[in-house]
Design a protein around this ligand. Structure first.
Ligand SMILES: [Zn+2]
Length: 271
């Protein structure tokens, strides 16, 4: 919470008909997870690899043998864990939905390859126009691969932060505002909910006697919860999700895109 910025103004979502306005796009969400995992200590990485091996039991034809796939295959036939936070939220509405999509849908492989092509197109972009063209092209392709892609975003404000209700609100008060039972859906609340659920499942795996089948299923489910949580943890760090604006859909989209591109000046609770 200490890093959560003080100037949290307003949540918003753009009219999905215009275009998607994700703070982090699929390849960025995936890169963050991938680099996070690469930074684990060798000891923790070994533990994670072992859990991943158990989680993918029975799903070897869909889940990559490594928790992170660093082969840079443009059209992957297997999905790694690093892709799960990218699929969460933007291509699914819950951890369960995300896991089901990863394990059983064919279209998610198309989404993964469109995302890889977008990553290359962005790396080769030379100015904001070419970047925008790459993003709009991928939006159209993603919409074709995942027909619910645009409309899914308009359901609520879950990818954004709640506004402060007072300029003297403390960190603890703000946190409670995000997680209390009747809170409007928001990124911090969803992060906490799913991260807590993942920890709970992990603690059951660690402390209770389970059959191998139940244990593997619970590990897989914990991975899904944590991936879904990570999507929203990553969203919290996007400037366009801190600084919204009032007004119609085009104004909101403009502010969102502007702050995501240029950043925002903020003050932390610690000053
Ligand atoms: Zn998001």
């Amino acid at each position: 919470m200490k890093k959560v910025c003080y100037l949290i103004v307003l949540l918003f979502l753009v009219n999905p008909i215009i275009s998607r306005t994700y703070a982090w796009i699929y390849p960025e969400h995936r890169e963050m997870a991938l680099h996070g995992i690469k930074k684990l200590s060798p000891e923790n990485r070994k533990k994670l690899d072992k859990l991943w091996r158990l989680a993918r039991t029975g799903y070897e034809s869909r889940l990559h043998e490594s928790v992170i796939d660093e082969t840079n295959t443009i059209s992957p036939t297997l999905i790694d864990f690093a892709a799960w936070p990218a699929i969460s939220g933007d291509h699914s509405v819950s951890a369960k939905d995300m896991l089901n999509t990863v394990l059983h849908s064919d279209w998610i492989l198309s989404v993964a390859s469109i995302a890889n092509e977008l990553k290359i197109a962005l790396a080769e972009s030379w100015n904001s126009n070419s970047r925008n063209n790459a993003l709009r092209n991928s939006d159209l392709l993603l919409q074709r691969a995942d027909p619910a892609y645009a409309t899914r975003a308009g359901h609520n404000n879950v990818h954004f932060l709640l506004s402060l209700y007072s300029m003297v609100q403390t960190e603890k008060e703000y946190f409670w505002q995000c997680v209390k039972p009747d809170a409007e859906l928001n990124a911090i609340g969803v992060y906490v909910w799913y991260h807590y659920s993942a920890l709970l499942k992990a603690s059951i795996v660690a402390t209770q006697k389970l059959s191998d089948r139940d244990k593997n299923a619970l590990i897989l489910s914990a991975f899904a919860d944590e991936a879904f949580a990570l999507h929203f943890l990553e969203d919290i760090t996007a400037a366009g999700h801190l600084a919204g604006t009032w007004g119609n859909a085009s104004q909101k989209k403009g502010s969102h895109d502007y702050y995501n591109e240029h950043g925002i000046k903020t003050i932390t609770w610690e000053g």
